[in-house]
Ligand binder design. Structure first.
Ligand SMILES: *Cc1c(COP(=O)(O)O)cnc(C)c1O
Length: 393
């Protein structure tokens, strides 16, 4: 079967297109401007200056200071760096609080800490409500005198559900507990003001906000104890060894500047498209359900279960029309287990298996939403006609 003549990309929580302006900004740093930003000569110095601009652009998006920005290779490295640095700050404390719905970058790290460090840790994975939200009282009750760090994502990659990070970070701060948030899905989609939200660490990934893959940021608040994860040269003021991925860093700076300009559009135009898509699908297709809180949610994400059909099968049929989305998390595809996020929310198996995540961006338009609304009812009806679960429900 040949590829459809156009791609309708609604999988922006998995990765995003590099913005044309970002690519253009990066290009000279692959050719003419190849100097090492750490060099003493002015040829390298001009590159160092551009890296500094990128640091300021990123700090500007989250209302931080440029010195609080550390460049990494990805969101995963940022998550690992933050959690391991926090553990080393107070090695006598061995209790960590996180949630059952974290990205594997946090979830699997927390589960590997004992073998990684040679010490026994106690990890509390907080449950979530059926709408994916978290109970603040339960969070507060989970903190003990042994708790060294909390790691809770700002927004969930699968459902888009937003956690009350400002309140939770405040509670942790009052008890002298370090707070890390995986902000990979939140930054660029909702306004973030770190002057108001007292987190110690925040992770960002380039490729989730229209910069390239393979570059990330770890925000570390001034005076928060820190030890590097990658030990080597004096780059990043001794906080992360390794020669800077200059072009990608500069691209990420530009992407953050663009994200700042697009944040209103993200919460008006993109949200309106998402709402139209979501409402249309739920109305046109029987036995379809929204996963996640109706309003405490990213403006671009709709996670919908189509009962009694397989998500993977739905994706294959969507693919024939050039429509890209995900079933659960891209990382869990390939296994038959339904996503750990939907399981934590108690979504029944018949619904969890048929869940599709649509994640939009400023590059989507209404024509695309209409096209998807036109095709989906037929796809689901055809699959249900072949499904014994549907016939015998
Ligand atoms: C994508 C993602 C990551 C991992 O980022 P990479 O740059 O791909 O390593 C971490 N957390 C969340 C919430 C994500 O969506």
């Amino acid at each position: 079967m040949s590829r459809p003549d156009r791609t309708i990309y609604m999988d922006n929580n998995a990765t995003t297109m590099v913005a044309p302006e970002v690519l253009e900004t990066m290009m000279p740093y692959f050719s003419a401007l190849y100097g090492n930003p750490s060099s003493m000569h002015s040829f390298g110095g001009q590159v160092g200056k551009a890296v500094r601009t990128a640091r300021e652009q990123i700090a500007g998006l989250i209302n931080a200071e440029a010195e609080e920005i550390i460049f990494t290779s990805c969101g995963t490295e940022s998550d690992s760096t933050a959690i391991l640095a926090a553990l080393q700050a107070q090695p006598e404390k061995r209790h960590i609080v996180t949630t059952r719905v974290e990205h594997p970058a946090v979830k699997n790290l927390c589960r590997s800490l004992d073998s990684l460090t040679g010490h026994k840790h106690r990890v509390t994975e907080l449950p979530v409500e059926s709408d994916g939200t978290i109970d603040l009282q339960r969070f507060e009750d989970s903190l003990t005198d042994e708790t060294v760090v909390v790691s809770i994502m700002w927004a969930n990659n699968e459902t888009g559900v937003i956690f009350p990070i400002e309140e939770m970070a405040g509670i942790a701060k009052n008890r002298g507990i370090l707070f890390h948030t995986d902000g990979v899905q939140a930054v660029g989609k909702i306004p973030i003001d770190l002057a108001r939200v007292p987190v110690d660490f925040l992770s960002i990934s380039g490729h989730k906000l229209h910069a390239p893959k393979g570059v990330g940021v770890l925000y570390v608040r001034k005076r928060t104890p820190f030890v590097p994860f990658l030990i080597g040269g004096h780059q990043e003021q001794g906080r992360r060894g390794g020669t800077e991925n200059v072009a990608s860093i500069i691209g990420m700076g530009k992407a953050c500047e663009l994200a700042g300009r697009h944040i209103v559009k993200e919460n008006t135009t993109v949200k309106a498209l998402r709402d139209k898509l979501e409402k249309g699908l739920l109305e046109k297709i029987p036995n379809s359900l929204l996963n996640g809180h109706k309003s405490k949610r990213l403006p671009n994400t709709a996670n919908i279960s189509f009962e009694y059909v397989e998500g993977e099968a739905i994706l294959l049929h969507m693919d024939r029309f050039g429509i890209c989305a995900s079933s659960g998390s891209a990382c869990t595809s390939g296994s038959l287990e339904p996503s750990h996020v939907l399981r934590a929310m108690g979504v029944p198996f018949t619904a969890a298996h048929g869940s599709i995540r649509f994640s939009l961006s400023v590059y989507n338009n209404e024509d695309e939403v209409d096209f998807v609304l036109d095709k989906m009812p037929g796809i689901i009806a055809n699959l249900r006609n072949m499904s014994p679960f549907w016939q015998n429900r």
